[in-house]
Design a protein around this ligand. Structure first.
Ligand SMILES: [Zn+2]
Length: 97
């Protein structure tokens, strides 16, 4: 008796939830895809291309003759901020303090 009750119950639950999902999923997908498609391409491409060009220009710049790269903090400092030369390289006055 108990097994007879269990079998029909499970199949009913399964078919119900699957049908509910099938009805909901297409609606949600079509709605969100429309919104994201309109937002992403125009918002991402323009600033992305501009930023990569700017970053390359800044990184390529070498230290000037009156500047040095501190061997401790790796910041580019003016020679007036050079405290002393260590075995690894120049040390700025901030790191030496
Ligand atoms: Zn330093």
């Amino acid at each position: 008796m108990a097994t007879d009750y269990d079998a029909p119950r499970k199949t009913e639950d399964d078919s119900e939830s699957i049908e509910a999902l099938k009805e909901r999923v297409p609606d949600k997908l079509s709605g969100s895809v429309d919104v994201e498609d309109a937002d992403n391409p125009s918002g991402f491409e323009l600033p992305g291309a501009d930023l990569s060009d700017l970053e390359l220009d800044v990184v390529v710049l070498p230290p000037q003759e009156d500047e040095f790269t501190c061997a401790n903090c790796f910041l580019v400092k003016h020679r007036s901020q050079l405290d002393h030369e260590s075995g690894d390289g120049p040390i700025c006055s901030e790191c030496a303090a």
